[in-house]
Design a protein around this ligand. Structure first.
Ligand code: ACO
Length: 331
């Protein structure tokens, strides 16, 4: 029988510093009222250089909590896959840096760059490896320090983005629980809607470009908003259809936490009442790849997920990328 990819532990970590909307009013021309009405965000967590809050630090803490819940020793891990667009270094990967911290000596470790869809892309890769029989235990994480690439003079983005990490431990099982489907999609034609110039494309020329600009994030929020709602709806419907399920069968939907209006529009399109949609965007803002695993960890630790229930994870992000994972909760 083909093994399924089951989540057996969850963990998350966020920086200590809370940045409120009121504080942002003193940084850019904005207001608590505007941010709350247009996004649902009231506060977000921002990493500090004075504390161990790098992407690797936060990812390591989340991983340790997930391992503890799963009662799994790090040396049992066959794979570590980390979704991130804000690694601490260009290389080695954040996954390898976390591997070193947790001493997961046997694992193959690598990062996935898929914007805010990074965690679900990573989960889909591990799901394939589990079903192929090449992986029994894995750590899958979403880890971001978006504050490091935010332009703090751009009010249309700096009020949205934040830092954090979430992780899950995967185990191969032959029961009915676990991941039932994973859909991942992308369309590079929409790359200009959200990007950060970083890498080797037109790098500053040594001795010539003295005025080097920061590689901050640039976003066309309004056009992105409309695409996000359409892509999220269609890939969530793909998940339901491929499993022969209806919206009423979903006990909890955990969408990417970018904007409460996007989440509400998605829920309405699918016919899922907001009572069955998990949201924490009000306290963490948009933590990109980290948003779904943080929400999953919170929902599980709050007792909102019962064994045997169907959970729908759905996301979109820079690329553009979008993805859904439907699973039967099995902890
Ligand atoms: N405070 C006050 N006013 C603002 C702010 C702000 N922080 N930001 C923008 N405005 C102004 C604009 O300047 C504009 O003013 P104008 O009408 O005088 O030109 C007005 O508000 C409306 O701007 P819009 O961009 O049309 O506002 P919109 O309702 O679309 O909300 C928002 C903007 C919140 C960015 C929304 O478009 C959104 O959430 N889009 C999706 C963003 C997203 O999810 N990004 C993450 C993708 S995932 C990843 O990979 C990181």
């Amino acid at each position: 029988m083909t093994p399924r990819c089951c989540i057996i532990g969850t963990g998350s970590a966020v920086p200590e510093r809370i940045l409120s909307n009121a504080e942002l009013e003193s940084i850019v021309e904005t207001s608590d009222e505007w941010i709350t009405r247009r996004t649902g965000i009231k506060a977000r967590r921002i990493a500090s250089n004075l504390r161990p809050e790098t992407s690797t630090d936060l990812g390591t803490l989340a991983a340790r909590k997930a391992l503890e819940m799963a009662h799994t020793a790090p040396e049992n891990l066959d794979m570590i896959v980390v979704g991130t667009v804000t690694p601490d270094q260009q290389f080695p990967s954040t996954a390898c840096m976390i591997q070193k911290e947790i001493n997961a000596t046997r694992a193959a470790a690598f990062d996935v760059s898929a914007g805010c869809s990074g965690f679900l892309y990573a989960l889909a890769i591990v799901d394939n490896a589990v079903r192929a029989g090449t992986c029994r235990h894995a750590l899958v994480a979403g880890v971001e320090r978006l504050s490091s690439i935010v332009n703090w003079q751009d009010r249309s983005t700096c009020v949205l983005l934040a830092d954090g990490a979430g992780a899950v431990i995967i185990e191969a099982h032959t029961g009915s629980g676990g991941i039932r489907s994973a859909h991942i999609r992308s369309d590079g034609n929409f790359g200009e809607l959200l990007y950060a110039r970083y890498g080797n494309l037109n790098p500053p020329q040594p001795l010539e470009d003295v005025d080097i600009k920061p590689f901050h994030l640039i976003m066309e929020g309004n056009r992105l908003f409309k695409r996000a709602v359409n892509f999220l709806t269609s890939i969530a419907k793909d998940a339901l259809k491929s499993n022969g399920l209806a919206a009423a069968d979903i006990a909890l939907m955990i969408p990417h936490q970018a904007n409460i209006r996007i989440i509400e529009a998605l829920a309405k399109n699918l016919g899922i009442p907001m009572q069955r949609v998990y949201t924490n965007v009000h306290k963490y803002g948009n933590t990109s790849s980290a948003s779904i695993p943080i929400a999953l960890d919170e929902a599980h630790r709050a007792g909102l997920l019962k064994s045997g229930q169907y959970v729908l994870l759905v996301t979109f992000g820079a690329g553009l990328t979008w993805a859904s994972v439907l699973l039967k909760w099995s902890i």
